[in-house]
Design a protein around this ligand. Structure first.
Ligand SMILES: C[S@@+](CC[C@H](N)C(=O)[O-])C[C@H]1O[C@@H](n2cnc3c(N)ncnc32)[C@H](O)[C@@H]1O
Length: 220
């Protein structure tokens, strides 16, 4: 029984690793024929003066199978809207566009990446997607959105400030909020410290992903 369980884990993890290696090669080198660019070719040293390398994470795109699983868990309806905070070239946004979201947005600090994301949305004929070029530390234009997706854009401290910005926006417009963080290091501590956030799911795919819901009326 013990051996069988370990063998199953080994096979699953090996499969994930192979998928990751294959995907990394495609993601790094292959530019799509239609001109869409989701490649990982903007290095941290090219990210511009406003980039604080100790706090911000450079561009790496989400993988479609990771987004697929997140969407399955969220059970979205046509009243749901999502924003990708640190959207890079818009790969996760593109994956979100395959589902019935009312609004889809992306926020990106780096000008070059935000420009590529806008160009990608044009080629992909997604005119309703909104790309905002701003630093998440200062941004608060969240009224439209109830799902907040992060693929590891920054460290614990910045995440804490951004979550407080989102909660400021919530005071103005109360609604059920979901925070999805992919590649968690210590980011869950931020959410655990705030009354009203409850963990909904936590899993590995292959990096750690957490989904928290915010509903302050549930807690005393
Ligand atoms: C790991 S990539 C994720 C890309 C995209 N979300 C995806 O899933 O395909 C993290 C992105 O966050 C952006 N970022 C880092 N700090 C940011 C900040 N303070 N405000 C907005 N975007 C930021 C980076 O430039 C980078 O494009």
């Amino acid at each position: 029984m013990y051996l069988k369980k370990n063998a199953a884990i080994f096979v699953r993890e090996s499969f994930h690793k192979l998928l990751y290696i294959y995907d990394s090669i495609v993601v790094k080198f292959v530019k799509r024929k239609d001109g869409v660019d989701f490649r990982k070719n903007v290095l941290p040293e090219n990210l511009g003066e406003d980039y604080d390398y100790d706090k911000f994470v450079h561009y790496v795109p989400s993988r479609s199978w990771q987004i697929k699983k997140v969407i399955k868990i969220l059970k979205i309806t046509e009243n749901d809207s999502i924003i990708d905070i640190g959207c890079g070239k818009g790969k996760a946004i593109y994956d979100f566009s395959n589902y019935k979201f009312k609004h889809i947005g992306g926020l990106e600090l780096n000008e070059e990446l935000a420009g590529i994301a806008k160009e990608n949305m044009k080629i992909l004929n997604l005119p309703d997607v909104e790309i905002y070029r701003d630093n998440a530390l200062n941004f608060n234009n969240y009224d439209k959105y109830n799902h907040f997706y992060f693929y590891d854009p920054f460290n614990f401290e910045i995440f804490k400030t951004v979550i407080h910005n989102i909660l400021e926006n919530y005071k103005k417009k109360p609604r059920e909020i979901t925070v999805i963080y992919q590649h968690v290091r210590d980011h869950d501590k931020v959410l655990n410290e705030i009354d009203g956030f409850e963990m909904y799911r936590s899993y590995r795919n292959p990096v750690r992903i957490i989904i928290y819901k915010y509903n302050p009326s549930r807690k005393g």
